[in-house]
Design a binder for this molecule. Sequence first.
Ligand code: PBG
Length: 327
Amino acid sequence: MSFPATRMRRLRASESLRALVRETSLAPASLVAPLFVCHGERVRRPIASMPGHAQISVDVAVEEAKKLAALGVGGLILFGLPARKDPEGREAYGEDGIVPRALRAIKAAEPEILLWADVCLCEYTDHGHCGIVRDGVVDNDRTLPLLARAAVVYADAGADLIAPSDMMDGRVGAIRRALDQAGRHETPIVAYSAKYASGFYGPFREAAESAPRFGDRRAYQMDPANSDEALREVALDLEEGADAVMVKPALPYLDVIRRVKDRFQVPVVAYSVSGEYAMIKAAAQLGWLDGPRVALESLTSIRRAGADIIITYFAEEAALLLARKEA
Ligand code: PBG
């Protein structure tokens, strides 16, 4: 049955044949676009390490949401730049914080697109850590009620999905109980289950002004060397009530995405993070890579690895490219 009877090239001979046997699809509906919202009006402060992205005020975010919805992008995930930072990260769970404001405005103007709310304290704390710090350590159990409060505030403001990214133990259960008590039984939780302590978050920390002022996040985010541990994290989050789970970053962790997808029959989200975006953009700017081609290839690879949904800074660009391909 081998050569010459078998010729693998037969099914590659034309685009129609290739389309016929293509195993992996990529559609705007499974992409989620991150937005960085700040106070003020008509604000658009470009983020140097993330070309095409900016810190934007709520009015601009509403326009972005309309544009993304028109392109068929499945959702957007909001990150907030508070007016002030403090040790407890109060603006993360204040009803008048920047994210609830943005959620209310976008929900009113563009009810179709799904709104994801990232739940974490690091953008709001003056020390830049993802929880309350006591004696130089992030205090897991004291952080949980604050995360739960933030989740309820975001759900009440219009968030369709709650996505905790802090990596505290027990936060999915704490958030689930709080949402249920607030009558939000129907609000799904997408847990950042396998979130690694990664150098690929660099540009995000510039965008969200959330770099830790001391130490790093290795005592709560995962060690890049581990993947059995990722399966445990996912199993625990599902037990606590997560509706979907996430692996983050994406490209350097495709093996983890595949292991999670093979083991658990649940929706798997991959977060293709800021550093992945910045690398492609930088190489493209230097003329060293074909940017659009590599962007679509990366997203396809993340889907092929087993991700159902991808959070990506390429969401808008990819949706435009995919629409052009169809035309
Ligand atoms: C907040 C959070 C981070 C990212 C998403 N949510 C930063 C971090 O953990 O330092 C990173 C996203 C990216 O790099 O695109 N905890």
